[in-house]
Design a protein around this ligand. Structure first.
Ligand SMILES: Cc1cc2nc3c(=O)[nH]c(=O)nc-3n(C[C@H](O)[C@H](O)[C@H](O)COP(=O)(O)OP(=O)(O)OC[C@H]3O[C@@H](n4cnc5c(N)ncnc54)[C@H](O)[C@@H]3O)c2cc1C
Length: 388
Protein backbone atom coordinates (compact mmCIF):
# COMPACT_ATOMS: atom_id res chain seq x y z
CA UNK A 1 0.00 0.00 0.00
CA UNK A 2 1.56 3.40 -0.98
CA UNK A 3 3.26 5.18 1.86
CA UNK A 4 2.98 2.23 4.23
CA UNK A 5 6.11 0.90 5.89
CA UNK A 6 6.95 -2.71 5.03
CA UNK A 7 5.77 -4.87 7.90
CA UNK A 8 8.38 -6.97 9.67
CA UNK A 9 7.07 -10.45 10.45
CA UNK A 10 8.79 -13.03 12.65
CA UNK A 11 7.63 -16.63 12.25
CA UNK A 12 8.50 -19.16 14.96
CA UNK A 13 8.89 -22.62 13.40
CA UNK A 14 10.03 -23.67 9.92
CA UNK A 15 7.65 -26.61 9.47
CA UNK A 16 5.26 -26.90 6.56
CA UNK A 17 2.98 -24.22 8.06
CA UNK A 18 5.77 -21.75 8.88
CA UNK A 19 7.38 -22.09 5.47
CA UNK A 20 4.07 -21.82 3.60
CA UNK A 21 3.31 -18.65 5.55
CA UNK A 22 6.81 -17.28 4.89
CA UNK A 23 6.38 -17.77 1.17
CA UNK A 24 2.88 -16.27 1.13
CA UNK A 25 4.05 -13.24 3.13
CA UNK A 26 7.20 -12.72 1.04
CA UNK A 27 5.12 -12.79 -2.14
CA UNK A 28 3.06 -9.96 -0.62
CA UNK A 29 6.29 -7.98 -0.10
CA UNK A 30 6.60 -8.32 3.69
CA UNK A 31 9.92 -8.51 5.45
CA UNK A 32 9.96 -12.08 6.84
CA UNK A 33 12.28 -13.89 9.24
CA UNK A 34 11.72 -17.50 10.29
CA UNK A 35 13.20 -18.85 13.55
CA UNK A 36 13.60 -22.63 13.76
CA UNK A 37 14.66 -24.57 16.83
CA UNK A 38 16.37 -27.38 14.88
CA UNK A 39 19.97 -26.96 13.83
CA UNK A 40 19.15 -28.26 10.34
CA UNK A 41 16.16 -27.73 8.12
CA UNK A 42 14.34 -30.93 7.39
CA UNK A 43 11.27 -33.07 7.80
CA UNK A 44 10.46 -36.51 9.13
CA UNK A 45 10.63 -39.33 6.59
CA UNK A 46 6.95 -39.80 5.94
CA UNK A 47 4.24 -39.00 3.46
CA UNK A 48 1.45 -36.52 3.32
CA UNK A 49 -1.80 -36.37 1.37
CA UNK A 50 -2.45 -33.01 -0.26
CA UNK A 51 -6.08 -32.34 -1.09
CA UNK A 52 -7.31 -30.06 -3.88
CA UNK A 53 -7.76 -27.32 -1.25
CA UNK A 54 -4.00 -27.23 -0.53
CA UNK A 55 -3.25 -27.67 -4.24
CA UNK A 56 -5.10 -24.43 -5.04
CA UNK A 57 -3.00 -22.57 -2.48
CA UNK A 58 0.25 -24.06 -3.77
CA UNK A 59 -0.78 -22.98 -7.28
CA UNK A 60 -1.38 -19.42 -6.00
CA UNK A 61 2.08 -19.53 -4.37
CA UNK A 62 3.63 -20.29 -7.78
CA UNK A 63 4.35 -23.92 -6.92
CA UNK A 64 2.00 -25.84 -9.20
CA UNK A 65 4.70 -27.20 -11.54
CA UNK A 66 7.00 -27.96 -8.62
CA UNK A 67 4.40 -29.89 -6.66
CA UNK A 68 3.25 -31.88 -9.68
CA UNK A 69 6.86 -32.83 -10.32
CA UNK A 70 7.65 -33.75 -6.71
CA UNK A 71 4.41 -35.47 -5.72
CA UNK A 72 2.46 -38.48 -6.99
CA UNK A 73 -0.98 -38.26 -8.53
CA UNK A 74 -2.90 -41.44 -7.62
CA UNK A 75 -5.63 -42.52 -10.04
CA UNK A 76 -7.47 -45.17 -8.08
CA UNK A 77 -8.60 -45.64 -4.51
CA UNK A 78 -9.04 -49.25 -3.30
CA UNK A 79 -10.49 -50.28 0.07
CA UNK A 80 -9.95 -53.84 1.41
CA UNK A 81 -11.09 -55.87 4.39
CA UNK A 82 -8.62 -56.62 7.16
CA UNK A 83 -9.07 -60.40 7.44
CA UNK A 84 -9.05 -61.68 3.87
CA UNK A 85 -8.22 -58.57 1.79
CA UNK A 86 -11.54 -58.91 -0.03
CA UNK A 87 -12.64 -55.64 -1.64
CA UNK A 88 -14.85 -53.17 0.23
CA UNK A 89 -14.85 -50.59 -2.55
CA UNK A 90 -12.88 -48.75 -5.23
CA UNK A 91 -13.12 -45.43 -7.01
CA UNK A 92 -11.32 -43.02 -9.31
CA UNK A 93 -9.23 -40.11 -8.07
CA UNK A 94 -7.93 -37.25 -10.18
CA UNK A 95 -10.52 -37.77 -12.89
CA UNK A 96 -13.70 -35.70 -13.08
CA UNK A 97 -13.07 -34.54 -9.51
CA UNK A 98 -10.24 -32.25 -10.70
CA UNK A 99 -12.79 -29.97 -12.38
CA UNK A 100 -15.25 -30.35 -9.49
CA UNK A 101 -12.72 -29.27 -6.87
CA UNK A 102 -10.53 -27.02 -9.01
CA UNK A 103 -7.40 -28.91 -8.01
CA UNK A 104 -5.68 -32.29 -7.78
CA UNK A 105 -5.22 -34.85 -5.01
CA UNK A 106 -1.53 -35.55 -4.55
CA UNK A 107 0.60 -37.68 -2.25
CA UNK A 108 4.03 -36.34 -1.38
CA UNK A 109 7.05 -36.97 0.78
CA UNK A 110 7.06 -34.37 3.56
CA UNK A 111 10.70 -33.51 2.88
CA UNK A 112 9.94 -32.75 -0.79
CA UNK A 113 7.07 -30.43 0.14
CA UNK A 114 9.19 -28.78 2.80
CA UNK A 115 12.05 -28.17 0.36
CA UNK A 116 9.65 -26.80 -2.25
CA UNK A 117 8.16 -24.30 0.20
CA UNK A 118 11.61 -23.21 1.37
CA UNK A 119 13.17 -22.70 -2.03
CA UNK A 120 13.01 -19.13 -3.29
CA UNK A 121 12.65 -16.76 -4.84
CA UNK A 122 11.37 -14.97 -2.91
CA UNK A 123 13.45 -16.32 -0.03
CA UNK A 124 12.73 -15.60 3.59
CA UNK A 125 15.57 -15.36 6.11
CA UNK A 126 15.62 -18.63 8.00
CA UNK A 127 17.53 -18.69 11.28
CA UNK A 128 18.37 -22.18 12.51
CA UNK A 129 19.13 -23.32 16.05
CA UNK A 130 16.84 -20.61 17.44
CA UNK A 131 14.49 -22.08 20.06
CA UNK A 132 11.79 -19.64 21.09
CA UNK A 133 11.11 -19.76 24.84
CA UNK A 134 8.41 -17.11 25.14
CA UNK A 135 6.67 -14.23 23.41
CA UNK A 136 5.38 -10.87 24.62
CA UNK A 137 3.22 -8.14 23.22
CA UNK A 138 4.14 -4.47 23.30
CA UNK A 139 2.31 -1.45 22.06
CA UNK A 140 2.21 -1.88 18.28
CA UNK A 141 4.87 -4.59 18.22
CA UNK A 142 5.53 -8.09 19.52
CA UNK A 143 8.63 -9.81 20.82
CA UNK A 144 9.92 -13.38 20.54
CA UNK A 145 12.51 -14.45 23.12
CA UNK A 146 15.02 -17.23 22.46
CA UNK A 147 16.92 -19.76 24.51
CA UNK A 148 20.19 -17.90 23.88
CA UNK A 149 18.73 -14.82 25.59
CA UNK A 150 18.22 -12.86 22.37
CA UNK A 151 14.99 -10.98 21.65
CA UNK A 152 13.48 -10.23 18.28
CA UNK A 153 10.94 -7.43 17.89
CA UNK A 154 8.57 -7.44 14.92
CA UNK A 155 5.27 -5.95 13.82
CA UNK A 156 3.76 -9.43 14.01
CA UNK A 157 5.00 -12.67 15.62
CA UNK A 158 3.47 -15.85 14.22
CA UNK A 159 3.62 -19.04 16.30
CA UNK A 160 3.97 -21.84 13.73
CA UNK A 161 5.77 -24.05 16.24
CA UNK A 162 3.62 -27.14 15.98
CA UNK A 163 1.46 -29.24 18.21
CA UNK A 164 3.43 -28.50 21.40
CA UNK A 165 3.66 -24.79 20.66
CA UNK A 166 5.58 -22.63 23.13
CA UNK A 167 4.00 -19.55 21.62
CA UNK A 168 0.52 -20.92 22.32
CA UNK A 169 1.50 -21.92 25.83
CA UNK A 170 2.91 -18.46 26.57
CA UNK A 171 -0.24 -16.78 25.31
CA UNK A 172 -2.88 -19.08 26.72
CA UNK A 173 -1.27 -21.53 29.18
CA UNK A 174 -0.71 -25.27 28.82
CA UNK A 175 -3.44 -27.22 27.05
CA UNK A 176 -4.95 -30.53 28.11
CA UNK A 177 -4.47 -33.13 25.37
CA UNK A 178 -6.53 -36.32 25.72
CA UNK A 179 -5.01 -39.65 24.69
CA UNK A 180 -7.49 -41.30 22.31
CA UNK A 181 -6.43 -44.88 23.09
CA UNK A 182 -5.06 -45.17 19.63
CA UNK A 183 -1.71 -44.89 17.98
CA UNK A 184 -0.20 -45.17 14.59
CA UNK A 185 2.92 -46.38 12.90
CA UNK A 186 4.51 -44.79 9.89
CA UNK A 187 7.00 -46.38 7.54
CA UNK A 188 8.16 -46.13 3.94
CA UNK A 189 8.86 -49.13 1.69
CA UNK A 190 9.99 -49.54 -1.91
CA UNK A 191 6.88 -49.75 -4.11
CA UNK A 192 8.01 -53.22 -5.21
CA UNK A 193 7.13 -54.43 -1.68
CA UNK A 194 3.44 -53.65 -2.18
CA UNK A 195 1.42 -56.84 -2.84
CA UNK A 196 -0.25 -56.94 -6.25
CA UNK A 197 -2.50 -60.04 -5.93
CA UNK A 198 -4.64 -60.05 -2.80
CA UNK A 199 -8.07 -61.24 -1.68
CA UNK A 200 -9.55 -64.75 -1.65
CA UNK A 201 -7.64 -66.82 -4.20
CA UNK A 202 -5.71 -63.74 -5.36
CA UNK A 203 -8.94 -62.38 -6.85
CA UNK A 204 -8.04 -58.68 -6.44
CA UNK A 205 -5.30 -57.14 -8.58
CA UNK A 206 -3.60 -54.07 -7.18
CA UNK A 207 -1.61 -51.70 -9.35
CA UNK A 208 1.50 -49.97 -8.02
CA UNK A 209 0.38 -46.38 -7.45
CA UNK A 210 -3.05 -47.27 -6.06
CA UNK A 211 -4.20 -45.43 -2.96
CA UNK A 212 -4.90 -48.35 -0.69
CA UNK A 213 -6.84 -48.64 2.60
CA UNK A 214 -7.32 -51.78 4.73
CA UNK A 215 -10.18 -51.57 7.23
CA UNK A 216 -10.39 -53.68 10.36
CA UNK A 217 -12.29 -53.68 13.66
CA UNK A 218 -9.36 -52.25 15.59
CA UNK A 219 -7.45 -50.31 13.01
CA UNK A 220 -7.01 -48.90 9.59
CA UNK A 221 -3.95 -49.04 7.34
CA UNK A 222 -3.54 -46.48 4.58
CA UNK A 223 -0.85 -46.81 1.90
CA UNK A 224 -0.05 -44.39 -0.87
CA UNK A 225 2.79 -43.72 -3.29
CA UNK A 226 5.35 -40.98 -2.79
CA UNK A 227 7.18 -38.80 -5.29
CA UNK A 228 7.78 -40.60 -8.57
CA UNK A 229 5.86 -43.62 -7.30
CA UNK A 230 8.90 -45.71 -6.43
CA UNK A 231 8.15 -45.55 -2.67
CA UNK A 232 5.08 -46.51 -0.65
CA UNK A 233 4.04 -44.63 2.48
CA UNK A 234 2.34 -46.68 5.17
CA UNK A 235 0.16 -45.12 7.87
CA UNK A 236 -1.07 -47.82 10.24
CA UNK A 237 -3.57 -46.72 12.89
CA UNK A 238 -4.61 -49.06 15.70
CA UNK A 239 -6.42 -48.94 19.04
CA UNK A 240 -4.08 -49.23 21.98
CA UNK A 241 -4.46 -49.05 25.74
CA UNK A 242 -0.81 -48.27 26.05
CA UNK A 243 0.06 -44.63 26.38
CA UNK A 244 2.35 -43.61 23.51
CA UNK A 245 4.16 -40.30 23.23
CA UNK A 246 2.80 -37.61 20.91
CA UNK A 247 5.95 -37.50 18.83
CA UNK A 248 6.46 -38.44 15.21
CA UNK A 249 9.96 -39.70 15.81
CA UNK A 250 9.59 -42.36 18.51
CA UNK A 251 11.24 -45.50 17.05
CA UNK A 252 9.25 -48.73 16.93
CA UNK A 253 10.05 -52.11 15.39
CA UNK A 254 8.77 -54.50 12.77
CA UNK A 255 7.99 -57.00 15.55
CA UNK A 256 5.81 -54.47 17.40
CA UNK A 257 3.98 -53.58 14.18
CA UNK A 258 3.38 -57.22 13.26
CA UNK A 259 2.15 -58.02 16.76
CA UNK A 260 -0.44 -55.22 16.64
CA UNK A 261 -1.88 -56.58 13.38
CA UNK A 262 -1.75 -60.29 14.24
CA UNK A 263 -4.63 -62.09 12.51
CA UNK A 264 -4.86 -59.59 9.64
CA UNK A 265 -4.50 -60.94 6.10
CA UNK A 266 -1.26 -62.43 4.86
CA UNK A 267 -0.77 -59.90 2.08
CA UNK A 268 -0.68 -57.04 4.57
CA UNK A 269 1.50 -58.92 7.05
CA UNK A 270 3.84 -59.95 4.23
CA UNK A 271 4.26 -56.28 3.38
CA UNK A 272 4.85 -55.37 7.04
CA UNK A 273 7.44 -58.13 7.21
CA UNK A 274 9.60 -56.10 4.79
CA UNK A 275 9.63 -53.01 6.99
CA UNK A 276 13.11 -52.13 8.22
CA UNK A 277 12.48 -48.83 10.05
CA UNK A 278 9.24 -47.64 11.53
CA UNK A 279 8.10 -45.03 14.00
CA UNK A 280 5.10 -44.88 16.31
CA UNK A 281 2.99 -42.00 17.47
CA UNK A 282 0.25 -41.63 20.07
CA UNK A 283 -2.90 -39.93 18.83
CA UNK A 284 -4.17 -37.16 21.08
CA UNK A 285 -7.19 -34.93 20.86
CA UNK A 286 -8.00 -31.37 21.94
CA UNK A 287 -10.98 -29.08 21.73
CA UNK A 288 -10.73 -26.38 19.04
CA UNK A 289 -9.34 -23.17 20.55
CA UNK A 290 -11.51 -20.08 20.80
CA UNK A 291 -8.59 -17.62 20.77
CA UNK A 292 -5.55 -17.51 18.52
CA UNK A 293 -4.27 -13.95 18.92
CA UNK A 294 -3.06 -11.68 21.70
CA UNK A 295 -1.99 -8.22 20.54
CA UNK A 296 0.43 -8.68 17.66
CA UNK A 297 1.08 -12.40 18.26
CA UNK A 298 -0.97 -15.02 16.47
CA UNK A 299 -0.92 -18.77 15.80
CA UNK A 300 -0.89 -20.88 12.66
CA UNK A 301 -0.99 -24.56 11.69
CA UNK A 302 -0.86 -27.22 14.41
CA UNK A 303 -0.03 -24.53 16.99
CA UNK A 304 -3.49 -23.05 16.36
CA UNK A 305 -5.51 -26.18 15.57
CA UNK A 306 -3.89 -29.50 16.45
CA UNK A 307 -5.97 -32.10 14.64
CA UNK A 308 -6.33 -35.85 14.57
CA UNK A 309 -5.03 -37.31 11.30
CA UNK A 310 -8.36 -38.86 10.28
CA UNK A 311 -9.18 -36.43 7.50
CA UNK A 312 -5.52 -35.94 6.48
CA UNK A 313 -5.92 -32.18 6.73
CA UNK A 314 -3.41 -30.88 9.33
CA UNK A 315 -0.81 -29.73 6.83
CA UNK A 316 -3.48 -28.75 4.30
CA UNK A 317 -5.00 -26.37 6.85
CA UNK A 318 -1.57 -24.98 7.78
CA UNK A 319 -0.91 -24.18 4.12
CA UNK A 320 -4.29 -22.45 3.84
CA UNK A 321 -3.60 -20.46 7.03
CA UNK A 322 -0.37 -19.03 5.62
CA UNK A 323 -2.03 -17.86 2.44
CA UNK A 324 -4.92 -16.20 4.27
CA UNK A 325 -2.55 -14.47 6.70
CA UNK A 326 -0.67 -12.95 3.75
CA UNK A 327 -3.88 -11.86 2.07
CA UNK A 328 -5.42 -10.18 5.11
CA UNK A 329 -2.20 -8.42 6.18
CA UNK A 330 -1.86 -7.03 2.65
CA UNK A 331 -5.50 -6.05 2.42
CA UNK A 332 -6.58 -4.61 5.75
CA UNK A 333 -5.77 -1.07 6.87
CA UNK A 334 -4.35 -2.02 10.27
CA UNK A 335 -2.46 -5.00 11.67
CA UNK A 336 -4.96 -5.62 14.48
CA UNK A 337 -7.87 -5.57 12.03
CA UNK A 338 -5.99 -7.96 9.75
CA UNK A 339 -5.24 -10.41 12.57
CA UNK A 340 -8.87 -10.29 13.70
CA UNK A 341 -9.98 -11.03 10.16
CA UNK A 342 -7.45 -13.88 9.87
CA UNK A 343 -8.96 -15.62 12.89
CA UNK A 344 -12.51 -14.83 11.73
CA UNK A 345 -11.81 -16.54 8.42
CA UNK A 346 -9.75 -19.44 9.66
CA UNK A 347 -11.21 -20.46 12.98
CA UNK A 348 -14.63 -21.76 11.86
CA UNK A 349 -13.18 -23.87 9.05
CA UNK A 350 -10.33 -25.33 11.07
CA UNK A 351 -12.61 -26.02 14.06
CA UNK A 352 -15.05 -27.86 11.81
CA UNK A 353 -12.30 -29.96 10.25
CA UNK A 354 -10.88 -30.70 13.72
CA UNK A 355 -14.28 -31.89 14.97
CA UNK A 356 -15.02 -33.86 11.81
CA UNK A 357 -11.60 -35.53 12.04
CA UNK A 358 -12.60 -36.73 15.49
CA UNK A 359 -15.96 -37.95 14.13
CA UNK A 360 -14.24 -39.78 11.26
CA UNK A 361 -11.95 -41.46 13.76
CA UNK A 362 -14.95 -42.60 15.83
CA UNK A 363 -16.60 -44.03 12.70
CA UNK A 364 -13.55 -46.17 11.96
CA UNK A 365 -13.76 -47.65 15.46
CA UNK A 366 -17.10 -49.25 14.66
CA UNK A 367 -17.28 -52.64 13.02
CA UNK A 368 -18.41 -52.78 10.33
CA UNK A 369 -17.11 -49.19 9.97
CA UNK A 370 -19.55 -46.44 9.12
CA UNK A 371 -18.82 -44.95 5.68
CA UNK A 372 -16.12 -42.25 5.87
CA UNK A 373 -17.38 -38.69 6.04
CA UNK A 374 -17.86 -36.74 2.85
CA UNK A 375 -14.83 -34.52 2.21
CA UNK A 376 -16.10 -32.60 -0.81
CA UNK A 377 -16.79 -29.46 1.28
CA UNK A 378 -13.15 -29.54 2.40
CA UNK A 379 -11.81 -29.97 -1.12
CA UNK A 380 -14.07 -27.39 -2.78
CA UNK A 381 -12.90 -24.62 -0.46
CA UNK A 382 -10.56 -22.10 -2.04
CA UNK A 383 -8.46 -20.14 0.47
CA UNK A 384 -7.04 -17.99 -2.32
CA UNK A 385 -10.42 -16.32 -2.89
CA UNK A 386 -11.88 -13.61 -0.71
CA UNK A 387 -14.83 -15.07 1.19
CA UNK A 388 -18.16 -13.77 -0.12
C1 LIG B 1 1.64 -39.70 10.90
C2 LIG B 1 1.04 -38.41 10.43
C3 LIG B 1 0.39 -38.35 9.20
C4 LIG B 1 -0.15 -37.14 8.75
N1 LIG B 1 -0.72 -37.12 7.53
C5 LIG B 1 -1.20 -35.93 7.07
C6 LIG B 1 -1.75 -35.85 5.76
O1 LIG B 1 -1.80 -36.84 5.01
N2 LIG B 1 -2.21 -34.63 5.33
C7 LIG B 1 -2.16 -33.51 6.13
O2 LIG B 1 -2.58 -32.44 5.70
N3 LIG B 1 -1.63 -33.58 7.37
C8 LIG B 1 -1.15 -34.75 7.86
N4 LIG B 1 -0.61 -34.80 9.10
C9 LIG B 1 -0.59 -33.59 9.91
C10 LIG B 1 0.53 -32.65 9.52
O3 LIG B 1 1.73 -33.36 9.48
C11 LIG B 1 0.64 -31.47 10.48
O4 LIG B 1 -0.63 -30.91 10.64
C12 LIG B 1 1.59 -30.41 9.92
O5 LIG B 1 2.89 -30.92 9.86
C13 LIG B 1 1.54 -29.14 10.77
O6 LIG B 1 2.52 -28.25 10.31
P1 LIG B 1 3.08 -27.11 11.26
O7 LIG B 1 4.07 -26.36 10.44
O8 LIG B 1 1.97 -26.38 11.88
O9 LIG B 1 3.80 -27.88 12.44
P2 LIG B 1 5.15 -28.79 12.39
O10 LIG B 1 5.21 -29.53 11.10
O11 LIG B 1 5.15 -29.57 13.65
O12 LIG B 1 6.31 -27.74 12.43
C14 LIG B 1 6.63 -27.00 13.58
C15 LIG B 1 8.06 -26.47 13.44
O13 LIG B 1 8.34 -25.61 14.55
C16 LIG B 1 9.60 -25.96 15.11
N5 LIG B 1 9.56 -25.58 16.52
C17 LIG B 1 8.86 -26.19 17.51
N6 LIG B 1 9.05 -25.53 18.67
C18 LIG B 1 9.85 -24.48 18.40
C19 LIG B 1 10.39 -23.42 19.20
N7 LIG B 1 10.13 -23.35 20.52
N8 LIG B 1 11.19 -22.50 18.61
C20 LIG B 1 11.47 -22.58 17.27
N9 LIG B 1 10.99 -23.57 16.48
C21 LIG B 1 10.19 -24.50 17.03
C22 LIG B 1 9.71 -27.46 14.87
O14 LIG B 1 11.06 -27.90 14.95
C23 LIG B 1 9.11 -27.59 13.47
O15 LIG B 1 10.06 -27.37 12.47
C24 LIG B 1 -0.07 -35.99 9.57
C25 LIG B 1 0.56 -36.05 10.79
C26 LIG B 1 1.13 -37.23 11.22
C27 LIG B 1 1.84 -37.27 12.52
Amino acid sequence: MPGRRTLKIAIVGAGIGGLAAARALRLRGFDVDVYERAARLGEVGAGLQLGPNAYKVLRALGLEDAVRKAAYEPRRRVVLNWNDASPRGAGAINGDDIALYGGRYLTAHRADLHEMLRAGPPEANIHLGRACVSVATRENTAVARFADGAEVEADVVVGADGVRSIVRETLFGADQPRFTNSMCWRCVLPMSDMPTRVGPGGSVTLTPGDHLSWYGPEGQVICYPLGDGSRLNIFAGHVSDQWVEESWSTPSSRAELLAAYAGWNEALLGMFDKVADCFKWGIFDREPRAEWTVGRVTLLGDAAHPTMPNLAQGANMAIEDGYVLGRVLAGEAGVEAALARYVRERRPRTAEITLKSRENFERTRLWPPAPPLDRSWIFKFDATKEPV
